[in-house]
Design a protein around this ligand. Structure first.
Ligand SMILES: Cc1ncc(COP(=O)(O)O)c(C=O)c1O
Length: 469
């Protein structure tokens, strides 16, 4: 039963006298019922004030270093979101310019990911990478099923091979009846290795999904290495296994920081890529992208046609109605920043992450698990093996929360469940000054634990906090 803080007020008694201060109105002095729709209406400014005050208790998103999602935007993005509040992106006929902008974003991303058919290929916006991953996975399943049917073979037991994936792939497997052959994390094997992929393949494998920026470790899986292994396997067995890349975060980092890294459509085996516009794409929450290498890589059967300026426009998202503002904001970022702007922002993020990692190492209590180099702009560490510093990483996260920092502490998945790490993610909107403030707060927290030793360290359950895994 939720806590009832406010008493019910009847008969519209919140009406203030003309010009009355919001906080002396009966509404604010005595409150309203919060868990039931009130019988009467209330003044908008009063309800706004109440909600704004409640929301103060939410975490401060700028100090939320647990999330991959973008939390700082240009003023112009705020304005565009407001300008687009009434636009439903699915109504291509009513809002043809939003539709055109979405199509341009698809072309821009296909080009960024080096599609050989960047101007003619297909792709779409989604609510985020989860929906985009489901669409990529569905296309793999349909393509595989068509081949099986044509060969007169059983098509009832599809499987998908991946490393330590984000939960969206578990959802995909369960919702769409696909067996997930997940390669567990092992000490010394923090990314998927070719032999572990090959040993899981059979004729029912619909595809392999490497992650560019593994959620738990921030590391890139070696897409080229896996692609080469699949080429060799095809030569030996005749099985042609496609790849989908989960580049939720890495898709907007690798093209700018490591442009020579082969992870995208330059590898012919890569058929589709998902990316989160609302993570390092720098757009507001609620936009992801899925792009296919070539039009033919998305099975026709998944496409629905909607009316668009008297003609037809293909759509294949899981949702129908969706806000158009995030798509417009994504396009704004592409035009406003250009490749140069994205590169500078990602370089700054990387340098802050490395700065934090180096400072953590200096403290002498932690082993770096990821030092901010070669993957996503983040850093992670564990307590030195065998050391008992008198607090757990959960205690440290809890203490840092007093200063507003939200920092994920979590056990690694699968075969490394006994290793607890703490991870920070650096996003656009972070500065060197904030990095110094964080490091000083970590030092202060450690000093505090030395003066006031923890007798019963917090557990993960007690510490709470969401690791975005
Ligand atoms: C690698 C990876 N894939 C997929 C997702 C899900 O993305 P979204 O939150 O955009 O649905 C995440 C989220 O963190 C992720 O890190």
């Amino acid at each position: 039963m939720p806590l009832q803080i406010f008493k019910h007020q009847s008969n519209g008694s919140d009406k203030p006298h003309l010009g009355e201060d919001i906080y002396t109105s009966p509404y604010m002095r005595e409150g309203i019922q919060l868990n039931k729709m009130p019988e009467t209406s209330h003044l908008p400014e009063n309800v706004y004030a109440l909600l704004k005050d409640e929301l103060l208790l939410d975490g401060n998103s700028k100090q939320n270093l647990a999330t991959f999602c973008q939390t700082w935007m240009d003023e112009e993005v705020h304005k565009l979101m407001d300008d687009c509040i009434d636009k439903n992106m699915i109504d291509k006929d009513e809002y043809p310019q939003t539709a055109a902008i979405e199509a341009r974003c698809v072309n821009i991303l296909a080009d960024l990911f080096n599609s050989p058919a960047a101007t003619t290929t297909i792709g779409c916006s989604t609510t985020g990478s989860s929906e985009a991953a489901m669409l990529g996975g569905l296309a793999l399943k349909w393509q595989w099923r068509k081949k099986r049917k044509a060969a007169g073979k059983d098509d009832s037991k599809p499987n998908l091979i991946c490393g330590a994936v984000q939960i969206c792939w578990h959802k995909f497997a369960r919702y769409f009846d696909v067996e997930l052959r997940e390669i567990p994390l092992e000490p010394g094997k923090l990314t998927m290795q070719p032999e572990d992929v090959i040993s899981r393949i059979d004729e029912n494998t619909i595809g392999v999904v490497p992650t560019l920026g593994v959620t738990f470790t921030c590391m890139y899986e070696d897409v080229k290495l896996i692609s080469d292994a699949l080429d060799k396997h095809e030569k030996e067995t005749g099985l042609n296994i496609p790849m989908h890349i989960d580049a939720a975060s890495g898709a907007f980092i690798a093209p700018f920081i490591t442009p020579d890294l082969l992870w995208d459509f330059r590898l012919p085996r890569v058929k589709s890529i998902n990316a989160s516009g609302h993570k390092y794409g720098l757009s507001p929450l609620g936009v992801g992208w899925v792009i296919w290498r070539d039009r033919t890589d998305l099975p026709e059967e998944l496409i629905f046609n909607v009316n668009y300026l008297g003609g037809n426009m293909p759509t294949f998202a899981l949702n129908f109605s969706r806000p158009g503002g995030q798509i417009v904001a994504q396009y704004y970022n592409f035009l406003r920043l250009g490749r140069e702007g994205y590169k500078k922002i990602m370089e700054a993020n990387m340098s802050h992450a490395q700065y934090i990692a180096d400072a953590i190492k200096e403290l002498g209590l932690f082993d770096l698990f990821y030092d901010g180099r070669g993957g996503l702009p983040g850093a992670s560490w564990r307590i030195k093996e065998g050391l008992n510093p008198g607090f757990s990483l959960y205690d440290l996260s809890d203490r840092l929360r007093m200063r507003g920092w939200q920092i994920a502490a979590y056990p690694l998945p699968s075969n490394m469940g006994d290793v607890v790490i703490q991870r920070v993610l650096v996003r656009h909107g972070f500065s060197r000054d904030m990095a110094d403030l964080l490091i000083n707060d970590i030092k202060r927290a450690i000093d505090y634990f030395q003066k006031h030793p923890i007798s019963v360290p917090l557990t993960r359950e007690e510490a709470g906090g969401y690791a975005h895994n």
